[in-house]
Ligand binder design. Structure first.
Ligand code: NDP
Length: 479
């Protein structure tokens, strides 16, 4: 075979990734697609790529130099299993099979074990950045064996986005088997939280201050020059500035149905966090907010429920805008801290050795959540690799300290004005819960002991205890 790498699955992600690969020196790329015509079309539309088109899986295998390296970019789930099966029929032990789709990491763990058994090297690789990232440089989160990364890593480094003063490629060996897809899942969860927080900030400026979208666009553009500098803030300004493409000067946002869609990775992040016992409340509220928005029946009933008579009167809009900005930043720090906590818990449960500083480093460019702030997370982990929580890093505890008074006023203003801010509010509650020297969990424990004899521990003695609630209410030691 003449090609050093192949891509199967020529929809938007696969074709763009293949073009990215072909644009790097030294690569000859074989392409394949179930519906062959699509692969031919991609090759015709991009003659500069010099693609080798494979009509069948057997052709695909024959077109690749050994040991073969192939990237699968098809629909996640059963289609990925189908393609893996076809590949293993024509590939040989030692060949590398990369799944670049949005796989459930449990599937990746299973597939890696099955393929390793057969002698193949299987790498589940999270890819972020959408179509543009795939074409120009995505953030890549490969898992699989360290051995697989030795061969694959150098190729991935040539196509990844680059960030920082050292222009380092946004790719690292995340950990074994499903680690890459797990981290990609959490990345998407953080993306949900980030977007929801931005939505809440927009809603506050719109409904409390009465600003028009174009004016709010200017506020976001200004925010993009500071701590909040990020891709999502940047595109928010663009989106809010946009008038209806069908004509007139009304903002496009006012013409769009306010029902948010989702493809599932946000819910996976929350489901796994529940299993791992990690509070990712910011991400959870973001997922729930999308569900609520897409429930027209309940929202129709809700239209009849009363709210406050008017929104809170804001003395000085500029002070309020700055407080919203600081709240958004504080809640964003909380969302990332919670996401990183989930990565730590996942790594512990599934036996991965994940370097958190490296994760922040590879998210600095290429991916949807790229942000100036990730430089600071990377620096925080380099300086203190054993941070218990991101909130402990001086740069973030100082930001929270600076934000917290305004954050309270913003959440209170939202509550008094009847503007829902679930993610901003829950993040503040998380912050206050962590701060609280005593939590009402002592009461929870006593209730559990009362109705179910679940026992409690004491702050002044070792062991577990039970109060004889329905007898003389003396305390007994439970071993
Ligand atoms: P789609 O998810 O729409 O998948 C379409 C591709 O899958 C086509 O090539 C199609 O072949 C192939 N396919 C579907 N079923 C089968 C099957 N049973 N056997 C063989 N091939 C099959 O394409 P995208 O480019 O949007 O995404 C590719 C992957 O990348 C997905 O897993 C997606 O989740 C992931 N991803 C997507 C991102 C995005 O922004 N879109 C970002 C990051 C990851 P055919 O032409 O023959 O129908």
């Amino acid at each position: 075979g003449v090609a050093n790498i192949g891509v199967t699955g020529m929809a938007v992600m696969g074709s763009n990734l293949a073009r990215n690969l072909a644009s790097r020196e030294g690569n000859t790329v074989a392409i394949h697609n179930r519906t062959t015509a699509k692969a031919h079309r991609v090759a015709e539309e991009h003659p500069e790529a010099g693609f080798v088109v494979a009509e069948t899986m057997a052709d695909f295998a024959a077109s690749l130099a050994r040991p073969r390296t192939a990237v699968i970019m098809v629909k996640a789930g059963a289609p990925t299993d189908a393609v893996i099966n076809e590949l293993t029929e024509v590939f040989e032990p030692g060949d590398i099979i990369v799944d670049g789709g949005n796989a459930d990491f449990h599937d990746t763990i299973r597939r890696e074990a099955e393929l390793r058994e057969k002698g193949f090297v299987f790498v589940g690789c999270g890819i972020s950045g959408g179509e543009e990232g795939a074409l120009k440089g995505p953030s890549l989160m490969p898992g699989g064996s360290a051995e697989g990364y030795r061969t694959l890593g150098p190729i991935l480094e040539t196509i990844a986005a680059r960030a920082g003063e050292d222009d380092s490629p946004c790719v690292t060996h995340v950990g074994t088997d499903g680690a890459g897809h797990f981290v990609k899942m959490v990345h998407n969860g953080i993306e949900y939280a980030d977007m929801q927080l931005i939505g809440e900030a927009y809603d506050l400026l719109r409904r409390v201050l009465g600003y028009e979208p174009a004016k709010i666009a200017e506020v976001f553009a200004e925010w993009n020059t500071g701590d909040l500098n990020s891709y999502l803030i940047e595109i928010t300004a663009e989106v809010l500035r946009q008038t209806d493409p069908r004509g007139g000067d009304e903002p496009l946002i006012d013409k769009v149905l306010d029902a948010a869609g989702a493809k599932g990775t946000g819910s996976w992040t929350v489901q796994n966090a529940l299993d791992l016992g990690v509070p990712v409340s910011g991400i959870a509220e973001a997922v729930f907010a999308r569900s609520l928005s897409s429930d027209p029946e309940r929202r129709a009933v809700g239209q009849k429920l009363p709210g406050p008579e008017r929104s809170v009167w804001i003395e000085d809009p500029h002070v309020f805008i700055n407080e919203v900005r600081d709240s958004l930043y504080a809640a964003k720090i909380i969302a990332y801290a919670q996401g990183f906590d989930e990565i730590v818990a996942g790594a512990k449960k599934y036996g991965w050795d994940i370097n958190l500083g490296e994760i922040a480093r590879i998210w600095r460019a290429g991916c949807i959540i790229r942000a100036g702030f990730l430089d600071q997370i990377t620096a925080a982990y380099v300086e203190h690799p054993d941070l218990i929580t991101l909130l402990e890093a001086p740069v973030f505890s100082e930001a929270l300290t600076k934000a917290q008074q305004g954050w309270r006023r913003v959440v209170a203003t939202a509550v008094y004005s009847g503007v829902p801010t679930p993610a901003l509010s829950t993040s503040l509650a998380y912050y206050d819960a962590l701060r609280s020297p005593r939590l009402p969990a002592a009461l929870t424990q006593l209730q559990r002991d009362f109705f179910g004899a679940h026992t409690y521990r004491r702050i002044d003695d070792e062991g577990s205890f039970h109060t004889l609630w329905s007898a003389d209410r003396s305390e007994v030691s439970e071993g």
